[in-house]
Every structure is written in structure tokens, then in C-alpha cells.
Design a protein around this ligand. Sequence first.
Ligand SMILES: O=C(O)C(=O)[C@H](O)CO
Ligand SMILES: [Mg+2]
Length: 255
Amino acid sequence: MALSYSANLGFLWTELALPDAVRAAAKAGFDAVELHWPYAVEPSLLKQALAESGLPVLGLNTSKGNVDAGEFGLSALPGRGDDARAAIDQALAYATAIGATAIHVMAGKTNALEARDTFVANLRYAADRAAPAGITILLEPLNLHDVPGYFLHDNATAASIIEEAGRDNIRIMFDCYHVGRSGKSILEEFDAHRERIGHVQFAAVPDRGEPDAGEVDFATVLPELAARGHAGHFGAEYKPRRSTDEGLGWLAAWR
Ligand SMILES: O=C(O)C(=O)[C@H](O)CO
Ligand SMILES: [Mg+2]
């Protein structure tokens, strides 16, 4: 079975302007692109590059908030409802302008008692506004080594939050790197939450470099995830050890 790969342009070709990174991903043979925080780029420039390349754009993230204050997302932060909803509106407007099909609503760093209720309310807000445009809302557990204090750090919690939110267009962004870095089995976690998974990402564990090195044998794990039911793209969200182009041997080898 041929797998489809998406280039995460938050990490790949970061030396290029975003529209040129889209062109580089197409030239390298990727099937799609996905973004982190594209907001500084005029959407029409991105749209033009996407149209030229013929690649779909899968998703983007809501704003991190006040980075200088250490924020990494807003949607689970009690008392920040206006900012969280503004970030969701911004993401929806940008996604609609470029034709992106999903938005990762970032929870943020908090251990407040009201965090879960706050996150559920903001996810419902996002899902209800995204539904008419056919956009999926993603939530992503991040490992606590990389993002200490992040509210959402395991798939079981993500699944129960989705259940509680009660909207059909909310899914888990299943990042194999975060699962592996948390010391869990990628296949077992995938099986446990398969019905709720909307997108899959990957990178070497534990260094987050190219996926053809490290503790996880992605050359067999990714086809196994496809065989177990993942029909979508696999998002290459890794930090190249040297240049992006020098590290693309895996893409040709796994085709
Ligand atoms: O860090 C990740 O794994 C992500 O996918 C997010 O977009 C946040 O950086
Ligand atoms: Mg990820």
C-alpha cells in the first residue's frame, strides 16, 4: 500500500519563505503540506504557491499567545476566553483563505482546576464555527519533556475531552514522536484511540530528527498504522539534523 506524506513546514525548509517552502515540498515529492503558525504571511501568496504546486494544505495551529511570557496555546487557560476565541477565529479565517482542512487548537500550559472545562468550552466554540466550512478541529497531546506544564499530554485525556465536547468534527492529532517520547507504545496507543484519530505525525524518537534513525522503526510502523486503519497522510514533523534536502533519503526509500 502506497503511503501519502505531508511536509510539516513549521520544521522543514524553514530557511525559505513559506510559499517557497511549499514549492520545495512539491519538488521533493511530498503529497501535501501542513503548517504551524503561518500568520505573518499574506494568505494569497500561500494560496498561489499551493495552487501552482497542486498540493493540499492539511492544517495549521492556533496562536501560541504571549510567547515572551512562555505561553504555548490559550484554549485551556482559565480567564483567557476572549484571547482563545480570537485565536480560533484567526485560525479559521486563515484556514478558509488558503483551503486548509484542519485546525490544531492548542491547549496551553496550565494545571488549573478549571482547565479541562475551559478547554472543552473552547473546543465546542471552535468545532461549531469550523463545521460549516468542513474544517476538522484537532487537539494534540504534547510530551512533557519538550513542553513542561502543557495541559494536554496523553491520548486518553484527549479522547475523553472529545467525548465530553460532543462534536463530530473534533479529532486527535496523533503524533508518534510525542507518544514515543512519553515512553508509550505507538501501536498500542494508536489501537486504543483509532476511531478518534484525525491526523498522524512522526519524527525520530528521541531526538526528533529524520525518521529513518532512532528508537522507532518507522519504515515498518507507518505501514502498520495504515494497515490498522489510518487512511490519511502521515505528517513529517521533524527537525532536520542538517539541511532538509540532505535528510530526505527516507522519502525516496519508503515510496
Ligand atoms: O509540536 C508538535 O508536535 C506540533 O504538532 C504542534 O503543532 C505544536 O508545535
Ligand atoms: Mg505534532
